[in-house]
Design a protein around this ligand. Sequence first.
Ligand code: FAD
Length: 577
Amino acid sequence: MSQSTRTVELPSSFPVVIVGGGIAGVSCLQQLALSCPDKEVIVVSASQLVTVSTNVKFLTKTLTQFDVEERKMEWLKTVHPKVKVIHARVTSFDPASSCINLSSGEAIQYSRLCICTGAHPKGLPGVVGADNNPNVVGVRDAATANELRRRVAFARCVLIAGNGGIASEVAYGLHGVHVIWAVRESYINAAFVDPGAATYLEGSLKKRADCKDESERKTENSNKESSDEYLPSWKIKRFNITKENTVGEGDVLGTALGPEWQTHFPLHGAAEESSLKMEYGCEISKVLTPEEVSKENIPITDLFSGDQNKEIKWPVYVMLTNGKCVGCDLVVAATGVVPNSSSFINVLNGPKSCPSDGNGIMVDLRMRTTTEGVFAAGDVCTAAWPNRSKHWIQMRLWTQARLMGLYAGRCIAASLSREELAKEKGIITNARGAQSPTQANVKEVSSENDSIEDCRTVEIRWKEDSYDVNIEDDESMYDFCFELFSHVTKFFGRRTILLGLFNGQGLNNEYEALVRVSEGEYVKVILGRDGRLAGAVLIGETDLEETFENLILSGNDVSSFGENLLHPGVDIEDYFD
Ligand code: FAD
């Protein structure tokens, strides 16, 4: 999608329409309020609550931290002077007439459309007995989190399936309940960390799971925080990762929840004590009813005592791929998300396209879909431009939803202003009989635009009754939001910062990892074979994010530092000033 030929013929008098009131949609509106406050905007959302990012703090150039709040949809009117809000679901979409159809029966025409419909939990696809099973739940939005909270309150044992951020949050948040956590990999939280960091974090998880009540947990947390203040005794380890030594480690439509969601939906179970049992290297192969287990005479494993018996005492049973059949009150499926693209995808991606994640709406570097005037941002989209910055990867996270939303707003504003300008210069409208634009016109069109257009080669070719704009992107124009992957979060109560190719993604298992571990910190850097820093994982209050961000972005060869790169006594930034 780097070079595209697009027909520019849109009814610019129609409003900009944003579908979705999650972080991506609201951020897009906020940007439009700044960039084109006079343009009418309509926000259509299936949920009456919208998600807003607040208290945004810039920790480094690329790293932002913010809170997420839910507000009533009407609040959007305070954001943009010309916004109209509609509570409805988009059921279908017809780009030929620039029109979307709503569940209310209404049809709306747009000049630009921005699809920000998010994603929903994947569930347990292909698992026999899981579909529509009332004992299998997912968590995505306030409604599902509330349902989870309600169900956990009556549960003595919960089984979690999945190994990403949400599974980790649920495992850490549950207490007063026995927890079985089934993970496909040989370590926890594999979507974000490597086995070393996972082992480091597992300590915090187990300590918490073993705490009997809230007061004990608070004491445990405060002890941990105060111990972090002391200078750690640290150790640096060096790992040479090659293909050979990488052991098959495997590497209702509400708005999605934000960080700290468990403050509002605490997960207290009905057991007298808490415990956690990990089952590594396995997945769920079947979900069974008590009747099925009894009929098939399946032996049941009690993971907590190690016994096997045939006593039926749970409302739901799970057959794991390691052959164990275990019983529980509730199964939490936290196996990832699927973009909410069904109302749009067939028209937009076309039959031939195949994004890596199945059904994300493919967008180019300007958040444009394959259809003129239609943009997408946030969890619903798949970054499909070639030659992406080598240190940026897409992950469906609120940080990326926010940036993509803001950026889509800028791109929409730029495309509207380009059209306005072109009209003024008389180079849009029906081309029949009109002169083709001069090179001067073309330059003016691109230079008067927002800075995102600066480095673009724009060529306009005339056709019979319209014209094509041929836009050639070059690498220098990447916006900073897609330059470096950066994310700050908390795993198992520990502040975690991820930068660049933090897990060696895309390096084909050919890199070196340097790790420094102390009681209060875990610091890992990834060094490519070219001696340049490619990524970092920082757990604890390391204060190293800016240094490593600079080193990754500058592309300096740091191989000569060897292990000193992580030596607490060496101020690495000084060398590059
Ligand atoms: P959403 O917030 O999902 O919003 C989609 C919007 O579209 C909603 O308003 C919905 O009503 C609307 N919609 C959908 N379909 C239609 C339709 N057909 N018509 C009209 N409207 C429609 N990310 C992090 O970075 N850190 C975390 O700690 C973190 N924790 C998470 C914990 C949980 C439990 C979950 C579920 C997610 C978590 N995430 C986290 C991920 C993060 O919440 C999402 O990546 C982000 O919120 C996506 O924002 P979005 O605007 O793209 O989509």
